[in-house]
Design a protein around this ligand. Structure first.
Ligand code: TXA
Ligand code: MG
Length: 332
């Protein structure tokens, strides 16, 4: 294990909090994916996030909080629907986009009039936020700890592979339980809008809100996770329906192409020489493994990554969203 990756102990978590307060970047586990953290109250530190990720500076970052009372510090309004969602799902895989408080800098908001807030549930993230607060910190700004546009990291090793020594320290919390990013709900217009499906199902959001959140319209706030080519592996990915998967593998092979396969219901054919991963059949476990699977399949010598299509129902919404974006990459 490299010296960057550190087991979480009270001492290492305290050190991580000190480093954040000193303006350095620290990667930490959340229940969704690993975050690349900086002191949200320190614009220079937040700017470093963009350099480390290779991310355009007009993309907003989520501020992570340890306590719901901290919302008032970052948002000038906390609408009733948002309060209900926070009460139901925080700490957890939900991000609320709220009208920003006056002091919140453009480095955090990407120049928009809103701020993204989330209270994560992972015990290491909670411990880090508590240690950070005890040093006078108010929130940790953190996008996913991957290079811009690449697959999000769900282990400490993934973070190191993508960001290496651009970070001061990586707290190792094991594999992330949810495995895909938080659901993002914006409360900046007349109705709540689901900007990104994620760890909390739309059915659960609807139950608490009393109605399903609206789909993003043209006037919705910008979210980089909504770029068509986001969450992409390096090799081109192609979604294939189950009944055509074996035929597509054979077609590629007769052309002399190597492929890697992320199957779900289709068994590996005898004689297939490449990497064939059979993903879990249910959506939560599929999501848990998804980014690690995409990283495991991705190799310089493959012509394509073939991904067996997943069911078209609400339980698979967030997974379908990530697969569609992975497959869009380098299309055409
Ligand atoms: O699960 C997660 O949300 C993870 C963990 C680390 O918390 N974070 C994450 O961050 O996925 P990131 O930056 O990779 O994706 C956050 C998304 C981006 O698409 C960003 O544009 C959007 O949230 N976002 C953040 N603040 C926003 C705002 N004020 N308005 C609209 N979108 C915002
Ligand atoms: Mg991201």
């Amino acid at each position: 294990m490299s010296s960057l990756i550190v087991a979480p102990t009270p001492a290492s978590v305290a050190l991580a909090a000190q480093r954040l307060r000193a303006g350095e970047l620290v990667a930490f586990p959340t229940e969704t994916v690993y975050g690349l953290g900086a002191d949200a109250g320190n614009p220079d530190a937040v700017h470093q996030i963009f350099a480390a990720k290779g991310r355009p500076s007009d993309h907003p970052v989520i501020v992570h909080l340890g306590r719901v009372e901290q919302v008032e510090r970052w948002a000038r309004e906390f609408p009733d629907g948002a309060r209900k969602l926070a009460a139901a799902f925080w700490p957890g895989p939900l991000t609320l986009i709220l009208p920003r408080a006056a002091h919140v800098g453009d480095a955090i908001t990407g120049g928009q009039d809103s701020v993204g807030l989330r209270m994560p549930a992972h015990p290491v993230a909670k411990a880090l936020l508590a240690a950070f607060a005890s040093l006078g910190g108010n929130g940790i700004a953190a996008p996913s700890a991957n290079r811009f546009g690449h697959v999000s990291p769900t282990t400490a090793r993934h973070v190191e592979d993508d960001l290496g020594d651009a970070v001061a320290m990586i707290l190792d919390g094991g594999a992330c339980e949810v495995g895909i990013e938080s659901s993002i709900v914006a409360f900046t217009g007349a109705m709540p809008v689901l900007l990104r499906p994620g760890g909390i199902g739309v059915g659960e959001l609807a139950r608490v809100l009393g109605r399903a959140p609206a789909a993003p319209g043209a006037d919705a706030p910008r979210a980089s996770g909504t770029l068509a080519s986001h969450y992409a592996p390096r090799a081109p990915a192609q979604l294939v329906v189950a009944r055509e998967l074996l035929r597509e593998v054979a077609r590629r092979e007769t052309q002399g192409e190597r492929v890697a396969v992320l199957a779900r219901t289709v068994a590996r054919p005898a004689g297939f020489a490449g990497t064939w991963i059979e993903a879990p059949a249910d959506a939560p476990r599929y999501a848990h493994d998804l980014y690690a699977n995409l990283r495991a399949l991705d190799a310089p010598d493959i012509a394509a990554m073939l991904i067996e299509d997943v069911p078209d129902d609400a339980a698979w919404l967030a997974v379908r969203d990530r697969l569609a974006r992975a497959a869009h990459y380098r299309d055409g």
